[in-house]
Design a binder for this molecule. Structure first.
Ligand SMILES: *Cc1c(COP(=O)(O)O)cnc(C)c1O
Length: 494
């Protein structure tokens, strides 16, 4: 199958090239030319499979030139061998009679980013081989907290790659920061940026679109690549777990084959929810896609009004991985809703970078309404949702709490009680401070100590890797102005 750029549909590349390049030269995002079909028979076939098998099955539909055996071995390396602390990889936990929580954080860094970033390095290495690439991939990552660590963990020690992560100096939690600055491996680098996530992301985009830098790096044997959620190799592995969750619901007898479910996803860059939209486009019986935002409610307004307007205050919240005003992956949705109208997408994106605002056509808005519901959850409501679920016996993190609250709002507002799955994107132990407060405890002064505190108070076991953070040595202390990120890249590769 071929992939085309959202900003130039005549530009077509193979899957291997799309994954290798990350972002198209014209600034567009690579999307599949068509969505492979997922019928009732496929779902029946997948039901008895484990997660690795399901993953190879779904990805095989998008990567026709990869052998099934090859994809299975990547899936085994990514999700098998005890890397995940749940035997089913992405378990579904029943919350009440028609609500399930899809836990996506059982991987090595305790956030859902592992679901894609444990797989991406295998796909990228295979893509380098397939395209005969001899240069080393220099992977630049802007992170709002969780991507950085998951990408470092996925790429550490991977041949023919180097990875450099930029994070907003004051925009990530203490634990997230510690996870990154203690990363081991000879091919990794980490640097803080004075600014917020959008500043870091814009800096990375600026470097990507700078022809002079590209040329200079090529002369030294490097090419730039991305592990951000704009890379097709990130989106595709995420499609799998929605389909897998549907199979689990079938296996449990909770739904009948073909019965529709609703899915609620806590959203930042629009990658995770886009993957569910793609699963739906393939034929997975998803009725409503509920897009949950925190106080940075730019997507809620977009879904309700059809106007995307980033001109608004940026809020730092207790769900920092969703503190985003420019949701990059939304571009892929626009491309699909417009019937692959690349000129229109170019127009919207140039308005977005110019005035910070665009309005979609009536036709696109109608399509959007049929599929999506948008809601947001403020800080107090986030705490309240954590407290409420905890009293019901379930400890969740603030990102997950946003989804739980918006799902409840949706149901109250519409009366639609269709069986629903909400995505749980991080372990509560990644955000001990907010979680402890939400359940009525005063957090200990030291951020690592709070992990033990939360464990003691709740009786829930902390992920072993987080508990071990206190013993790790800090390796990276660099901070840069956002205008000077280029220099950091040069120094890293020197
Ligand atoms: C990245 C992240 C999100 C947002 O996911 P997107 O794909 O950017 O929408 C939500 N929760 C957590 C914990 C995350 O790490």
């Amino acid at each position: 199958m071929e992939y085309l750029s959202t900003r130039d549909r005549t530009l077509r590349v193979s899957a291997a090239e799309a994954i290798k390049m990350g972002l198209s030269r014209d600034g567009g995002l690579f999307t599949p030319v068509y969505f492979p079909e997922l019928g009732a028979l496929d779902l029946k076939t997948m039901c008895p499979m484990n997660y690795c098998r399901r993953s190879a099955y779904v990805m095989g539909k998008y990567l026709e030139d990869f052998a099934t055996e090859e994809l299975r071995s990547y899936a085994e390396s990514a999700y098998g061998g005890g890397k995940f602390d749940a035997p089913t990889v992405a378990p579904l936990r029943q919350v009440d009679e028609n609500t399930w929580c899809l836990e996506l954080w059982h991987g090595p860094t305790s956030a859902f980013k592992d679901m894609a970033l444990q797989m991406l390095p295998h796909l990228l290495s295979a893509s380098l081989r397939r395209t005969g690439e001899k240069k080393t991939a220099c992977i630049l990552v802007a992170t709002s907290g969780d991507t950085g660590k998951a990408a470092l963990e996925g790429f550490a020690g991977v041949q023919q790659t180097k990875i450099l992560v930029f994070y907003p100096e004051n925009g990530v939690s203490q634990i997230q920061k510690l996870q990154m600055v203690t990363q081991e491996g000879a091919n990794v680098g980490v640097c803080a940026v004075r600014g917020n996530f959008d500043d870091a992301q814009n800096g990375v985009k600026r470097i990507f679109s700078d022809a002079a830098i590209r040329e200079e790096l090529a002369g030294r044997g490097y090419f730039l690549s991305s592990a951000n959620s704009i890379n097709w190799g990130r989106v595709m592995p995420q499609i799998v777990y929605y389909i897998s969750a549907y199979c689990d619901l079938l296996n449990q007898g909770a739904i009948r084959l073909g019965e529709g479910i609703n899915v609620c996803v806590p959203t930042g860059n629009f990658g995770n929810i886009l993957a569910c939209y793609y699963a739906r486009r393939m034929g997975l019986p998803v009725k409503k896609l509920i897009c949950a935002s925190n106080r940075n409610d730019v997507l809620t307004d977009f879904i309700r009004t059809g106007v995307y307007d980033r001109n608004r205050p940026f809020h730092t919240t207790m769900s920092p991985s969703m503190d985003i005003l420019i949701s990059s992956n939304l571009e892929r949705l626009l491309f699909d809703l417009s019937g692959k109208d690349d000129a229109l997408v170019r127009d919207y994106m140039s308005r977005l970078s110019g005035t910070g605002r665009y309005e979609i056509s009536k036709e696109m808005k109608d399509k959007l309404d049929g599929i999506f519901y948008g809601g947001f959850c403020g800080e107090e409501d986030t705490s309240a949702a954590i407290g409420k679920l905890y009293r019901g016996g379930y400890l969740i993190d603030p990102h997950t709490a946003v989804a739980a609250k918006v799902l409840a709002d949706y149901r109250r507002e519409t009366g639609d009680m269709t069986p629903a799955v909400f995505a749980s994107t991080a372990s509560p132990f990644k955000f001990c401070d907010s979680v402890l407060r939400a359940i009525g405890e005063e957090p200990a002064a030291d951020s690592v100590e709070r992990i033990g505190q939360l464990q003691a108070v709740t009786g829930v076991a902390a992920p072993a890797r987080l508990a071990a953070l206190a013993e790790k040595r800090v390796r990276f202390t660099d901070v840069t102005e956002r205008e000077k990120m280029e220099e950091i890249v040069h120094r890293f590769l020197a």
